[in-house]
Design a binder for this molecule. Structure first.
Ligand code: NAD
Ligand code: UDP
Length: 314
């Protein structure tokens, strides 16, 4: 296949590019480095089936040749970004997604949207099946991201209905692994940095909130199974094993042999509306496509710790 990945220099997008190239596909990565990094794709720049275009997808895209799939992974995803670049996040989730849908129409390509578990907001149903409509604030600090993604899902389905575009929507749950920016504010990178520096590990609130962490190789395998499969979705892709944030901190302290103490700090203002629990119901993808995650949290944290140790020269 000839696949365009918007957000291809990002954390998940670059791993997706690796996986598609490994199976013989041709990849065009488009990115403006808003939250991605050139080093994520440096190893691909001389690959004969890889092309990189530095471009903002909120501007019209002109791509030569045929495309079989347009994959929309372009969006910052860290709550820290929600506070600093909310307008850019709203733009990429609305105009950006629309431009990519137009490209899919022109190229008669399959359109793939990377949506999010944030569609469920601070969920009142647990674990979250795709049929749950969510509990989302339209005005809180997370709303720029949550509402942009809800719009992305809505416009994707509208293009499907009006223009008959073949679409796939995945809802990604917390994913981690090498190439995440260590300082992007998301919890796994933050705790690893703090542990490696022997600084206090900061639990926001009491640390009893939960998340379910999926290692990036599992996540990418799930995304590709949806891309190739017959289901429009939305389809949850995540690891259903749930941890409290305190358990995550304890695990990282142990794996890094850190002297850090784990401390509770008040929830920062920009974290208002922090979901108290999050866990995917993955029965749909497991029963229909046979996908399930295989990498344990401990096994996945080790390569991420090593990547951050190298990057921070610690
Ligand atoms: P990331 O920030 O590493 O990757 C996003 C990429 O999109 C970056 O390289 C960024 O520069 C690029 N981008 C942003 N705006 C752009 C624009 N206007 N034009 C071109 N490129 C642009 O984040 P990620 O964690 O890899 O997330 C990838 C996708 O998966 C996002 O759509 C995100 O919403 C979704 N997602 C991720 C998670 C997760 O846990 N990592 C969870 C749910 C959903
Ligand atoms: N968190 C924390 N300390 C930190 C960073 C995050 O306790 O230094 C918590 C945060 O409040 C949230 C969880 O970890 O409950 C996951 O945060 P993250 O930013 O990774 O992503 P989210 O799932 O909230 O989008």
């Amino acid at each position: 296949m000839r696949v365009l990945i918007a957000g291809g220099a990002g954390f998940i997008g670059s791993h997706l590019a690796d996986a598609l190239l490994a199976r013989g596909d041709e990849v065009i990565a488009v990115d403006n480095f808003l939250s991605g990094r050139p080093e994520n794709i440096a190893h691909l720049m001389n690959h004969e089936r890889f092309l990189f275009l530095e471009q903002d997808v909120t501007e019209t895209l002109f791509i030569d040749g045929q495309l079989d799939a347009v994959m929309d992974l372009a969006s910052p995803a860290s709550p820290t970004d929600f506070a600093t670049i909310p307008l850019e996040i709203l733009a990429v989730g609305s105009t950006g997604t629309r431009n990519l849908l137009d490209l899919a129409v022109i190229k008669q390509a399959r359109f793939f949207l990377a949506s999010t578990s944030e569609i469920y907001g601070d969920p009142l149903v647990h674990p979250q099946p795709e049929t749950y409509w969510g509990n989302v604030s339209s005005i809180g600090p997370r709303s720029c991201y949550d509402e942009a993604k809800r719009f992305s899902e809505a416009i994707t389905m509208a293009y499907h209905r009006v223009h008959d575009v073949e679409v796939r929507i995945v809802r990604i749950f917390n994913t981690y692994g090498p190439r995440m920016r260590p300082n992007d504010g998301r919890v796994v990178g933050n705790f690893i940095c703090q542990a490696l520096r022997n600084e206090p590990i900061t639990l926001f609130g009491d640390g009893h909130q939960t998340r379910s962490f999926c290692y990036v190789s599992d996540e990418v395998r799930g995304l590709i199974s949806v891309l190739d499969g017959p289901l429009t979705g939305p389809i949850n892709v995540g690891n259903p094993i749930e941890f409290t944030i305190r358990q995550l901190a304890e695990c990282i302290v142990q794996l890094t042999s850190s002297a850090s103490e784990i401390i509770a700090v008040p929830l920062p203002a920009e974290r208002e509306g922090d979901p108290m629990q999050r866990c995917p119901d993955i029965s749909l993808i497991t029963s229909s496509l046979g996908w399930s995650p295989t990498v344990s949290l401990c096994d996945g944290l080790i390569p991420m710790i090593e990547a951050i140790r190298l990057e921070l020269a610690l």
